[in-house]
Ligand binder design. Structure first.
Ligand SMILES: C[S@@+](CC[C@H](N)C(=O)[O-])C[C@H]1O[C@@H](n2cnc3c(N)ncnc32)[C@H](O)[C@@H]1O
Length: 196
């Protein structure tokens, strides 16, 4: 007779089915790379899954993209609603006033340097150290409403983060083949805020 397997008292307990459903949704798709992130079809689909037309939405690094209601880009050629440094753009908004944020900044210090040099801007320690992204995340956390959604794009899935009151709902990794890095898309919801 086969004996029923009973859980032992080991601390390495298996994940209960209930806990599985509490994990974020995770998917991986292959698609060609594109410097206009939101032109990648699976990424566009992900954005539209969460973005609703009635939302107050912002995109501080919009490039030519116009999904969000209020757009900004440092490059004047992009003709976004605002042409400001993203941090100053975010500082204009009241605390807890935004439903939806698209956060698609340069992904590395090298990309910041390339972009700033192209626009004739000064590249210094401030523009290329971790605080460049840290300060932006702080502002995004401040302006986002409770239950508001932020989708972050880059080479990591840190998003805005748990310490700033966000929980991850979904992660999409887009593989591009060859030696390309994946584009990682992290969808988060604000559950409580340091600034509420
Ligand atoms: C990764 S691209 C965004 C692509 C866009 N999401 C799309 O799908 O086309 C980053 C953009 O941020 C802009 N940018 C770089 N540094 C900036 C800054 N400090 N403030 C505002 N915009 C900035 C660049 O001009 C570039 O258009």
């Amino acid at each position: 007779m086969i004996e029923e397997q009973k859980p032992n008292n080991s601390t390495e307990t298996a994940i209960l089915p209930m806990q599985c459903y509490q994990q974020p949704l995770f998917s991986r798709v292959w698609e060609m790379p594109n410097s206009n992130t939101f032109d990648i079809k699976c990424i566009s689909r992900l954005i539209h899954k969460y973005h609703k037309s009635e939302m107050i939405s912002i995109d501080p690094f919009a490039n030519k993209n116009r999904i969000a209601k209020i757009t900004n880009d440092l490059d004047p050629e992009m003709k976004a609603d605002y042409c400001m440094d993203a941090l100053d753009f975010l500082k204009q908004f009241e605390t807890g006033s935004i439903d939806f944020v698209l956060y698609d900044p340069p992904y590395s210090p090298r990309q910041v340097s390339e972009c700033y040099k192209k626009l004739g801007k000064t590249v210094n320690m401030e523009t290329t150290q971790a605080s460049f992204w840290g300060n932006l995340k702080k502002e995004i956390a401040r302006v986002t409403k409770a239950n508001g959604i932020v989708i972050s794009f880059g080479w990591n899935t840190n998003g805005i983060g748990k310490t700033k009151g966000f929980e991850i709902l979904e992660i999409l990794t887009v593989a591009h083949g060859g030696q390309h890095n994946d584009t990682l898309c992290t969808v988060e919801r604000k559950i409580s805020g340091l600034f509420d």
